[in-house]
Design a protein around this ligand. Structure first.
Ligand code: MN9
Length: 290
């Protein structure tokens, strides 16, 4: 898993005005990101609005991305779902398409027991027989992964390769790295990317990399080269932009920014609300400073 590291864009899904997937824009977005120097794509996650898509749509996106990327960057497919069988089906699809790894959010909605959550991951790993990244997103799904639980899971299932850590608990990130040397950990909140890297993250997966990939690649390289001052400057610049986006809707702002720079992204699916007039004004300011 040593080659899965660096900056991964959590790929947005562009939609047409009628709500269908805009594959032309998806290909443009992929080119734009590869040109920005990112190391890979995380496809079909929260940012991709996968939870607002049908299973068939999720598969079509997985296929379109693997074809367009054509082996130039690494690919992780997010296959998480409320039902193990759905997740397994998507994982098999990703495997057939040549993805490097799969990832899954814990099964949400029902308050499952820890044993049931673990079994969900083991079933996906066994069926797909490929590296699996636990998508740890406690604020989004209510399942609180701990370093203890992670250590048990990595021990019990060797195909579990890492964690996408979308949490501000960086002490836990460090504990995972200390206790599970083979764990590959990606930082999940872009506004603390540098902090995550400094606590031992191997890379970062994020939504704002859709349009700020070049900035975060520079940040990553500066950090690895030991130029902390430069890395901090880049993080602070990015965080100022992200702070504005958080006020108006992160995905809506990302889509508006990309649309303004020439990649028609359309709207987020309902129940996301469209970007407000105030949000559009804020995006204009962001664009001036980009
Ligand atoms: O994939 C994203 N996580 C979520 C990562 O959206 C839950 C992040 O990139 C955030 O969108 C970003 C803003 O909070 O850090």
């Amino acid at each position: 898993m040593n080659d899965l590291n660096g900056i991964f864009t959590a790929l947005l899904t562009p939609f047409n005005a009628d709500g269908s997937i805009n594959f032309d824009s998806l290909r443009k977005l992929i080119e734009f990101n590869i040109e920005s120097g990112i190391n890979g794509f995380y496809v079909g996650g929260s940012t991709g609005e996968a939870m607002l898509m049908t299973g068939d749509e999720r598969k079509l996106v997985l296929k379109a991305v693997s074809e367009a990327a054509g082996g130039r960057v690494k690919l992780i497919a997010h296959v998480g779902s409320t039902a193990t069988d759905f997740a397994v089906d998507l994982a098999l699809c990703a495997k057939g398409l040549g993805y490097d790894a799969v990832s899954a959010v814990a099964p949400f909605y029902y308050g499952h027991t820890l044993q049931a959550v673990k079994q969900y991951y083991y079933d996906i790993a066994a069926a797909a027989d490929m590296p699996l990244f636990i998508y740890n997103f406690p604020a989004g799904n209510g399942f609180g992964l701990t370093a203890d639980i992670a250590a048990e899971m990595f021990e019990e299932e060797k195909r579990i390769a890492g964690i996408k850590h979308t949490s501000t608990d960086l002490f836990m990130l460090r504990q995972v790295k200390e206790r599970i040397p083979r764990a590959v950990v990606f930082n999940g909140f872009d506004e603390i990317c540098l902090a995550g890297l400094s606590m031992g993250a191997d890379g970062a997966i994020g939504s704002t990399y859709n349009f700020m990939g070049a900035k975060f690649v520079s940040l990553y390289n500066a950090f690895r080269a030991g130029d902390i001052e430069k890395a901090q400057k880049l993080q602070n610049e990015a965080s100022a932009i992200i702070a504005v986006m958080c006020r108006f809707g992160v995905f809506q702002c990302e889509k508006e920014i990309l649309t303004q720079i020439g990649i028609d992204m359309g709207q987020c699916r309902k129940p996301f609300l469209p970007l407000s007039a105030e949000g559009k004004k804020a995006v204009k300011e962001i664009l001036i400073n980009l």
